[in-house]
Design a binder for this molecule. Structure first.
Ligand SMILES: [Zn+2]
Length: 271
């Protein structure tokens, strides 16, 4: 999509987000407008450079309580039964329930590209600590990272996805944005990262930047993987997102990194 289209999309989104966030987003304290990333000056909310990618499918918003083995939900989407597990798999085939909220969300003490309070500053405690460690290590290498978007509630993701679909159409939107319940951001274990200026935040132009290269070479040392690698859309369901890292813990992240596989492939081969 063109930049201008994206800007329009972001602006619309920001406006919509402002309305929604005020009312019901779990975990949100102040009615922060916003929505994602970077800019937030004009519109009450800001915009969302973020193109998250992830989930796809129909909103599996029912079933609050997971049963035992994954149950088949609508359209073959399974409901995740171990949502609190650090190694949980959430994608277009495995969704979180609409009422799932991670148990230990905290705000990592790192730089963000926006100033206001918003739920997307949050991550689960273990992932937040690892993120702080990673940002500090990057600075020692002269790389200044910034958080763009971490935790997202089901409601917030629903707002984003709906907005993207209205702007780009379903076919394109589902290649970079997850349906509610299918976003890794709802786990509290994912973070979109940009350079400290916020330039190219969650946008294709982030690829090839010093920050992207640093993340690709070092994220696994801190327990993160680049979740949506280039050329793997047919497996992950999403376009290349060099800015989206997923926390798995150091041992597992290291293993996935060394395998050269996507997380889906790794799990398939190591179950
Ligand atoms: Zn993301």
């Amino acid at each position: 999509m063109s930049l201008s289209t994206k800007q329009v999309r972001l602006t619309l989104l920001a406006l919509a987000a402002a309305a929604l966030v005020v009312g019901c987003t779990p975990g949100t304290q102040a009615p922060s407008p916003g929505d994602d990333p970077a800019v937030e000056t004009p519109a009450p909310v800001d915009n969302e450079p973020e193109q998250e990618a992830e989930p796809d499918r129909e909103p599996v918003a029912e079933e609050p309580e997971p049963a035992e083995p994954a149950e088949e939900g609508e359209g073959g989407v399974r409901l995740v039964t171990n949502p609190d597990a650090i190694d949980v798999l959430v994608n277009k085939q495995n969704a979180l329930s609409a009422d799932y909220v991670p148990p230990d969300l905290v705000e990592p003490n790192v730089r963000f590209i926006f100033d206001e309070w918003h739920e997307r500053r949050l991550m689960r405690a273990e992932a937040a600590a690892a993120l702080e460690e990673m940002f500090a290590a990057a600075e020692e290498d002269g790389i200044y990272l910034a958080g763009v978007s971490g935790y997202r509630s089901y409601e917030y993701q629903e707002l984003l996805f709906t907005s993207y679909v209205s702007t780009d159409g379903l076919e394109l939107a589902q290649r970079y944005s997850a349906r509610p319940g299918q976003s890794e951001h709802q786990t509290g274990l994912a973070m979109d990262i940009s350079g400290s200026t916020g330039e190219c935040a969650a946008d294709d132009c982030f690829a090839g930047t010093p920050e992207a290269e640093w993340l690709a070479a070092n994220a696994h040392k801190f327990g993160f993987i680049i979740r949506y690698p280039e050329g793997k859309e047919h497996i992950t369901g999403y376009m290349y997102e060099p800015w989206h890292v997923r926390y798995l813990g150091k041992d597992l992240a290291q293993a996935v990194y060394e395998s050269g596989l996507t997380y889906e492939e790794y799990l398939e081969q190591n179950r």
